[in-house]
Design a protein around this ligand. Structure first.
Ligand code: FO1
Length: 319
C-alpha cells in the first residue's frame, strides 16, 4: 500500500456504519478495515463471521437496514426446511447469507486464509476498500455468566444477552498474531491514522486488542489513533454495551470508554450530549456520533479525518 491510508478497527453494526462513512469520503485504496473475529463460530458446518459479514454487507449496500446485520431482501427457504427437519434454527441464516457462507467454506477448504477469503468476498461484492479479519487465527470470545461459561453466540443470540455477565476471555488470543495485511497497514510509513469505530469496547474491541501485537503496535504508533465512543449520554446507541458495562461494575460513560483505550489513543470523539467532557479535557473532541443516514455517516467520517489531520499537525481539535 503506497498511498496515504487509514486503518479502521471495527466490530459489527456500529463499526460497520463508521466504516461505511469512511468508505464514502476516502478513495477505495485509502481505507483498510480490520474486523473483530471474536464472534466467529462454526454452525451447521459453516464458518460464521458475523462482524466481517456485517462490514461486507454494509459496505456493499446489502445489509438489512433495520437489523444492521444480515441481508436486506432475504428469503428463508433453507431455514424453513431445516425447521421441518427438526433442527433448532436459533441462529438465523437466510438463503442469500448461506450462499456467501458456502463460498467462504469452499475458499477456506481450498486452503486460503481468512484474510484471503475476506478480500475475495469483498471483491466479489464490489467493495473497493480492503476488508480484513484482525487475525487469521481463531480468537473466540467466551463469557462467564450467572448461567455458567458460554460461547459468545450462545450468550448473545440464543440467550439474548440475558445472563448476567461476570467476565470475558478470548480463547486463542494469547497465541494469535495480526493478519499479515493488517500488520503491513500498521507498519507502513503511509499510515495516516487509526480510527477505533464506535463498537462495544468489551465484546468487539477487547477481542481485537487481546491480540497483544495490535495493542503493542497501536501504543508505538507515530500516526494518530482516535476512537469514537459508542456510549452517548450513558446509553449505548444500539445493543447491550451499557447493560454489560453495568454488570461488569463500571459506569457506562464515554469517559470510562476513553479510559479503556488511554494507553494508545490520542483523542476520543464523544457526542454533543457528552460535550461537557471536552470542556475540561483536551483529549475529548465533540461531534454528532449517532449515525442514521448516509450523510450522518459521511459527516462523522469527515470529522474523524479532520481530527487526525489536526493531531498530525500538532493542532488541538477545535471545540
Ligand atoms: N443476531 C441476532 O440477534 N440473531 C440472529 O439470529 C443473528 C444471526 C446472524 C447471522 C449472520 C450474521 O452475520 C449475523 C447474525 N446476527 C444475529 C448478528 C450477530 O450475531 C451479532 O450482531 C454480532 O455477533 C454482534 O456484533
Amino acid at each position: 500500500m503506497s498511498t496515504p491510508h487509514y486503518l479502521a478497527l471495527s466490530g459489527g453494526v456500529g463499526g460497520a456504519k463508521m466504516a461505511y462513512g469512511l468508505a464514502q469520503v476516502l478513495p477505495a485504496d485509502a481505507l483498510v478495515v480490520a474486523v473483530n473475529v471474536g464472534d466467529d463460530f462454526e454452525h451447521l458446518g459453516l464458518t460464521i463471521c458475523p462482524d466481517l459479514d456485517t462490514v461486507l454487507y454494509t459496505l456493499s449496500g446489502r445489509v438489512h437496514p433495520e437489523q444492521g446485520w444480515g441481508r436486506a431482501d432475504e428469503s428463508w427457504g433453507v431455514r424453513d426446511e431445516l425447521r421441518r427437519l427438526g433442527v433448532d434454527t436459533w441462529f438465523l441464516l437466510g438463503d442469500r447469507d448461506i450462499a456467501l457462507h458456502l463460498l467462504r467454506r469452499e475458499l477456506l477448504q481450498q486452503g486460503r486464509t481468512l484474510s484471503q477469503v475476506s478480500l475475495e468476498l469483498a471483491r466479489r461484492l464490489g467493495i473497493g476498500a480492503t476488508i480484513l479479519p484482525v487475525s487469521d487465527q481463531a480468537v473466540r470470545t467466551m463469557v462467564d455468566t450467572d448461567r455458567g461459561r458460554l460461547a459468545f453466540q450462545d450468550y448473545f443470540v440464543r440467550l439474548r444477552c440475558e445472563p448476567v455477565l461476570r467476565s470475558l476471555d478470548f480463547e486463542g488470543a494469547p497465541s494469535a498474531t495480526l493478519a499479515p495485511a493488517v500488520r503491513s497497514a500498521l507498519a507502513s510509513p503511509d499510515l495516516a491514522g487509526v480510527i477505533l469505530c464506535p463498537s462495544n469496547p468489551y465484546l468487539s474491541v477487547a477481542p481485537m486488542l487481546a491480540v497483544a501485537e495490535l495493542r503493542e503496535r497501536l501504543r508505538a504508533l507515530s500516526a494518530p489513533v482516535i476512537a469514537v465512543s459508542p456510549i452517548v449520554a450513558g446509553e449505548a446507541i444500539k445493543g447491550p454495551t451499557a447493560k454489560i458495562m453495568r454488570e461488569l461494575g463500571v459506569q457506562p460513560t464515554a469517559a470510562v470508554v476513553a479510559e479503556l483505550y488511554a494507553d494508545f489513543v490520542d483523542a476520543v470523539i464523544v457526542d454533543h450530549a457528552d460535550a461537557q467532557l471536552a470542556a475540561s479535557d483536551p483529549r475529548f473532541d465533540v461531534a454528532a456520533t449517532v449515525m442514521k443516514s448516509a450523510e450522518q455517516k459521511a459527516a462523522l467520517a469527515r470529522h474523524c479525518l479532520a481530527l487526525i489531520d489536526a493531531l498530525r499537525s500538532g493542532r488541538l481539535p477545535q471545540p
